[in-house]
Design a protein around this ligand. Structure first.
Ligand SMILES: Cc1cc2nc3c(=O)[nH]c(=O)nc-3n(C[C@H](O)[C@H](O)[C@H](O)COP(=O)(O)OP(=O)(O)OC[C@H]3O[C@@H](n4cnc5c(N)ncnc54)[C@H](O)[C@@H]3O)c2cc1C
Length: 427
């Protein structure tokens, strides 16, 4: 989708390399892009005729088990962090596909299985080593340049290039995981049960939903295979032997046509999404926050999935809240913590000739929910849209604070291939 040709790719190994690269770009008059895991849906890591600062060789992670802290380099994938932390029974809350980049995800927020219990990935950034837009290497923490740390927690890649994160870890070992599948004809009732279960679930429970064309796994009844279907999933982070009972609050009321129930290690849970999002396919994603999944909103979901243009596409939704809202607003740039639901339409297909119809389906699937939009959007799912969209994401007060920070740390807007905060001088 993002077939672009940089002028140069700097494959950095150290913060000093990153610093030299930014300085060189300034002298040579080249625009800069930064590549972490290369997953951003807007393709901001790569631009024609620019200098790409590629961090994919900087993936070392060290764990301090006693203090439950990890140090992770700026090019890590989530899998790199999981591989280092899980042997100690520890994890940093992060996203649900393990080949996503830590940096882009964490700097924009970071939703995942552990967020309701412990907050977003950005809430776990304790400190960072950052190469600023002029090449200076600085440290930030709650004691040193705390305003920069605030901006890194949700403000995206606007304020500097993070070469090392210091991350707070949480204790997680085995989880209980259950999935149920429903035919579309029964989905409206199941969605109503999901809504009442999810809005009352304890912090140890995370229940999510997905609508897509059902696959051919053994546990999926044959009459549903290849048809649009609703999938509801619960992940229980409490004692795994209590997981079935905890999930029965949902599955005994919305009885699925087929189901799968098992215990997984945290690393296995994290890798569950990997095979469904392979490299090389074509992707387009749009997302919004929703106020509610009323019966009318649920009906709109169901029409959207029945109109899907590719068997690889999906509509995902989940009830958020929990500890996401428990983190004081002043501690991070991340906006709209109180959003109840996030809803994401993700088109995936293989033939470039089908780009237009898949992109149109994605846009339509979010537009039809307009009456239930909560406002704003998750910045990591914002496509290349007008600057006004980024302003709307953060809301006016927070956006102004971010502009002040950007004007201080990157007044010339060197780091602009992102969901951009425009500094005052460049406005
Ligand atoms: C398959 C898939 C699954 C996803 N799942 C989730 C999920 O479960 N939860 C969730 O919250 N999000 C999820 N996302 C969205 C994800 O958070 C964003 O796409 C994020 O930008 C990916 O980070 P990256 O480092 O891979 O991105 P890249 O494309 O490498 O970088 C994107 C931008 O991040 C900035 N950046 C990257 N590295 C650095 C750095 N070291 N320092 C400063 N800036 C940097 C730059 O501005 C860059 O343009 C998913 C995306 C995909 C494609």
């Amino acid at each position: 989708m993002h077939d672009r040709r940089p002028a140069l790719i700097a494959r950095c190994l150290t913060a000093a390399d990153v610093s030299a690269s930014v300085r060189y770009a300034g002298t040579a008059g080249l625009p800069v892009t930064v590549r972490g895991g290369g997953h951003n849906v807007a393709g901001t890591a790569v631009a024609d005729d620019a200098l790409m600062i590629d961090l994919s060789l900087m993936r070392a992670v060290t764990v301090e088990p006693d203090t439950e802290v990890a140090e992770a380099e700026g090019g890590c994938l989530l899998a790199d962090v999981d591989a280092a932390t899980t042997p100690h029974g520890l994890a940093c809350p992060a996203g649900v596909v393990s080949h996503t980049g830590l940096a882009g995800l964490a700097l924009g927020g970071g939703y995942g299985w552990l967020a309701r219990k412990w907050g977003l990935t950005c809430d776990h950034i304790l400190a960072a080593e950052v190469v600023l837009a002029d090449g200076t290497i600085v440290q930030t923490s709650s004691e040193e340049k705390p305003e920069l740390l605030w901006g890194l927690r949700g403000g995206g890649g606007n304020f500097g290039i993070v070469t090392r994160f210091r991350l707070r870890l949480r204790r997680v070992a085995t989880v209980h995981h259950q999935v149920g599948v429903y035919p579309i004809a029964e989905a409206a009732r199941a969605l109503a049960e999901y809504r009442s279960f999810a809005e009352n679930q304890p912090a140890d429970m995370h229940a999510v939903g997905c609508m897509k064309i059902a696959g051919t796994q053994d546990w999926i009844p044959s009459f549903l295979r290849g048809k649009p279907a609703l999938f509801l999933t619960t992940v229980w982070l409490g004692a795994p032997e209590h997981g079935s009972h905890a999930a029965s609050g949902l599955f005994s009321k919305a009885v699925p046509a087929g189901s799968l129930s098992r215990q997984l290690t945290y690393a296995e849970l994290q890798a569950l999404g990997d095979h469904g999002e392979p490299h090389g396919n074509r992707y387009f994603t749009k997302s919004c926050y929703l106020e509610d999944i009323s019966p009318e909103a649920a009906a709109a979901f169901l029409l959207a999935v029945q109109d899907v243009k590719s068997p690889l596409s999906s509509i995902d939704f989940e009830y958020l809240r929990g500890e996401i809202t428990g983190v004081p607003d002043a501690e991070s740039a991340f906006p709209r913590r109180e959003a109840p639901y996030i809803y994401t339409a993700s088109a995936q297909w293989t033939n470039p000739a089908h780009d237009a119809e898949n992109i149109a389906w994605t846009r339509r699937s979010v537009q039809v929910l307009e009456s239930w939009h909560f406002g704003g959007a998750y910045v990591n799912y914002v496509q290349n849209e007008p600057a006004a969209k980024v302003r709307e994401v953060y809301r006016e007060d927070r956006y102004r604070k971010l502009v002040a920070l950007k004007s201080r740390y990157d007044p010339a807007n060197v780091l602009r291939s992102n969901q951009n905060i425009v500094p005052t001088r460049a406005e």
